[in-house]
Design a protein around this ligand. Structure first.
Ligand code: GLY
Length: 574
C-alpha cells in the first residue's frame, strides 16, 4: 500500500478511536497473565479497531463483532451486513467450541429453476448480478447473537468504530480499485451502489473517501434494537421494497424469519494435529477431513516435490469430486458425512491413486470447464488474553456481491445464490459443479467453501482461514501442512499455493511455485498445469506457542491485511 495512504489510515484510526494504540502507548492496566492476544484481519482499520476493543476490556468475541462490522464498512467488496459467514468460536473458561452459522438462506419464493430459461439452460449471470442474486443475509443476526451470548460489551461499543468509519469514510487504495474494476459494470447498474462506491460511474481515485451514511444508520439501528434493527421495521421495509422494485423476490417474511444456527464443528486428527473446523453448509470440514484421511497414508516428508504435489492433488481431486456429488445443506438433504469422513472410505480411495500417474477427472464422472478467480470474501483470526478464540470467514460472495445496493439503506447485497447449483453439473462462477444435494430450495443454505479452522498439537495452536472461493479449502489444507512442519505464522501465510478442484481437471499454480523440472515431472504423470500469473488468497493467521506462552500473527503478504500481537503488559485484565 502507498505510504501516504498508510499515513491517512493511521490518521483516521487516531481520529476515530478514543484510545491510543501506538507501540509505546502507556499500559492500560498491567496484567500478570502471560497469555498474549493477537489479531489478524484483511484490513488495517479492522485490526486496529479490534485491538482497541480488547484494550477496552472486550473479549475475542467482542473483537470479532468489531472486526466483522469494520470489515463490512472498509472492505465492501468482501463481506458486509448484506452477506453471511461462519464464526468458529472457542470459549476458554468452559472449553466450549461451536460453529456459529450465519450463512445466507434462499428466499421463500426461490425455486430450483429460478436461474434457468424456458429451454432449461442457465441464464448467464442471473445468479451473479442484481437483487435477484441475493440470499437473505445472516451477518446482522450473527453479530447480535455473538454479543448477547458471548460478548462482554454492548453492541453500542463494539459497533462504534464501524459506525464512525461509515460516517467519516475510508480512503480508496489500490486493492479497492482492483476489486472495483472486476465488478465495474455490475456496480454501474445500481444507482445507489455507483453513488457509494464509484465516482462519475468510474473507479474512484486513490485516497477518495468512501462515506456510507445510510450504512452507519443501519449499524446504529442494530446497536439499539438488536436483530429487529435490520430484519424488521424501517430497514427491512426499505430492503424489501428496493429488492422487489429491482426484480428480486425478497419479502418481509423472509427477513423476519431468518435464524442463525449453531452447529457442532467437524473434528479430526491428522498425525499429532487436532483439527477443528466447520461442518455443512460449508463443505470445508468434510473436504479437509477426507483429504487428510488420504494423506495419512503417505510419507509426504520423504517425497520429492513433484511426488508430493501429485499425491496432494489426487487427494484434492477426490474430495472435491465428493463435494460436487454429495454436499449440501443437511437441514434439507441427507449427506453421507460419516462415510465420507471414515478411514474405511479413505482406504478405498487410496487404492484408486497411482503413485506415478494422474487420474483424469473424467474417470470420476461429472463435467465442467470454468476458472475461478477467488478474490471474494474475508477472514480474520482473533485470540484474546483469556484464551478465547475466533476464526471467522465472511462473505458476500463475488467482489461487491451482487453489485446491488438497496437505496436508502447502504446495504450492498450478496450474490451468494450463485453458490447453489443452478443446474446439475453446470459450473458456477468458481467452476464448481453440484448436484441435487445443493439445488435451490426455499430457506436452504447454499453450499460454501469457507473454512475457518483451529489446529492444535502439543506445542502450538493456530487459528487459520482465508477468502478465495473454491480455493479456500486447499489454502487452509496447505497452511495446516506448513503448520505441521513447525513453520512460523509469516512462513505459513506466505507459502506458495497450488489447487485442484476435480473440475476443471488442472492443477492451478501460483507464479514461481514450481521449477521447470518439477512442472515437467508432473506433466509426465499426466497432469495438466494451469500456470496463473497472479497469486491468490488472503490468509489471516494467529499462532499461540504453549511452551513459550507467546502469540504470533501474520497477514497474507499478497494483500493489504494487518496483524498485531498485543503485548500482555498493554492489555487489561478481566
Ligand atoms: N461464497 C463463497 C463460499 O461461501 O464458498
Amino acid at each position: 500500500m502507498q505510504t501516504n495512504l498508510r499515513l491517512l489510515m493511521l490518521l483516521l484510526i487516531t481520529l476515530i478511536t478514543p484510545m491510543t494504540y501506538a507501540k509505546d502507548a502507556k499500559p492500560v492496566e498491567p496484567t500478570e497473565s502471560k497469555q498474549n492476544a493477537a489479531i489478524a484481519t484483511a484490513h488495517p482499520l479492522a485490526t486496529q479497531a479490534a485491538i482497541q476493543i480488547l484494550k477496552q476490556g472486550g473479549n475475542a468475541f467482542d473483537a470479532a463483532i468489531t472486526a466483522s462490522a469494520v470489515l463490512a464498512v472498509v472492505e465492501p467488496y468482501s463481506s458486509g451486513l448484506g452477506g453471511g459467514g461462519f464464526w468458529l468460536l472457542h470459549r476458554a473458561k468452559d472449553n466450549h467450541t461451536t460453529m456459529l452459522d450465519g450463512r445466507e438462506i434462499a428466499p421463500l419464493a426461490a425455486s430450483a429453476d429460478m436461474y434457468l430459461d424456458k429451454q432449461g439452460e442457465v441464464i448467464p449471470a442471473a445468479s451473479m448480478n442484481g437483487a435477484k442474486a441475493a440470499g437473505i443475509p445472516g451477518v446482522p443476526a450473527a453479530l447480535v447473537y455473538l454479543a448477547k451470548e458471548y460478548g462482554q460489551l454492548p453492541l453500542q461499543k463494539s459497533l462504534a468504530t464501524a459506525i464512525q468509519l461509515a460516517k467519516t469514510g475510508f480512503p480508496v487504495d489500490d486493492f479497492y480499485q482492483k476489486m472495483t474494476k472486476i465488478r465495474l459494470s455490475s456496480l454501474q447498474q445500481s444507482p445507489a451502489a455507483s453513488q457509494l462506491f464509484l465516482r462519475d460511474q468510474k473507479v474512484p481515485k486513490i485516497g477518495t473517501l468512501i462515506k456510507q451514511a445510510n450504512l452507519a444508520k443501519v449499524l446504529e439501528a442494530i446497536a439499539k434494537q438488536g436483530k429487529a434493527g435490520f430484519y424488521q421495521g424501517e430497514v427491512a421495509d426499505k430492503l424489501v421494497k428496493q429488492v422487489q422494485a429491482a426484480g428480486g423476490i425478497w419479502t418481509k417474511e423472509d427477513l423476519a424469519q431468518y435464524q442463525i444456527k449453531l452447529r457442532q464443528p467437524v473434528q479430526f486428527q491428522y498425525k499429532d494435529l487436532k483439527i477443528t473446523t466447520v461442518d455443512l453448509p460449508s463443505s470445508g470440514g468434510l473436504v479437509l477431513n477426507e483429504i487428510f484421511n488420504i494423506l495419512q497414508h503417505y510419507d509426504l516428508e520423504t517425497m520429492d516435490q513433484a511426488q508430493r504435489v501429485h499425491i496432494i492433488v489426487e487427494a484434492m481431486r477426490r474430495a472435491y469430486r465428493d463435494r460436487a456429488e454429495f454436499m449440501g445443506d443437511t437441514d434439507f438433504v441427507s449427506v453421507p458425512s460419516q462415510r465420507l469422513r471414515s478411514k474405511a472410505y479413505a482406504d478405498h480411495l487410496i487404492k484408486t491413486i497411482q503413485l506415478d500417474k494422474a487420474t483424469p477427472s473424467r474417470d470420476l464422472p461429472l463435467t465442467s470447464h470454468s476458472d475461478s478467480q477467488g478474490k471474494d470474501t474475508t477472514h480474520f483470526s482473533i485470540l484474546d488474553q483469556q484464551g478465547n478464540r475466533v476464526s471467522a470467514t465472511l462473505s458476500i460472495n463475488y467482489p461487491f456481491g451482487s453489485g446491488f445496493v438497496a437505496e436508502g439503506t447502504g446495504i450492498l447485497l450478496n450474490n451468494e445464490m450463485d453458490d447453489f447449483s443452478s443446474k446439475p453439473n453446470t459450473p458456477n462462477v468458481y467452476g464448481l459443479v453440484g448436484t441435487k444435494a445443493n439445488a435451490i430450495e426455499p430457506k436452504k443454505r447454499m453450499l460454501s467453501s469457507m473454512s475457518p479452522t483451529f489446529v492444535e498439537n502439543e506445542q502450538r495452536f493456530a487459528l487459520i482461514g482465508s477468502p478465495g472461493g473454491s480455493r479456500i479449502i486447499t489454502m487452509v489444507l496447505l497452511g495446516i501442512l506448513e503448520f505441521e512442519k513447525g513453520k512460523t505464522a509469516d512462513e505459513i501465510v506466505n507459502a506458495p499455493r497450488f489447487h485442484h478442484q476435480y473440475l476443471p481437471d488442472t492443477i492451478q499454480l501460483e507464479p514461481n511455485l514450481l521449477s521447470e523440472k518439477v512442472q515437467q515431472q508432473l506433466t509426465n504423470m499426466g497432469h495438466q498445469l494451469d500456470q496463473k500469473t497472479t497469486p491468490w488468497g488472503n490468509m489471516q493467521l494467529v499462532i499461540y506457542n504453549k511452551q513459550t506462552a507467546t502469540a504470533s500473527a501474520a497477514s497474507d503478504g499478497r494483500v493489504i491485511g494487518q496483524s498485531q500481537v498485543l503485548d500482555s503488559s498493554l492489555t487489561k485484565r478481566r
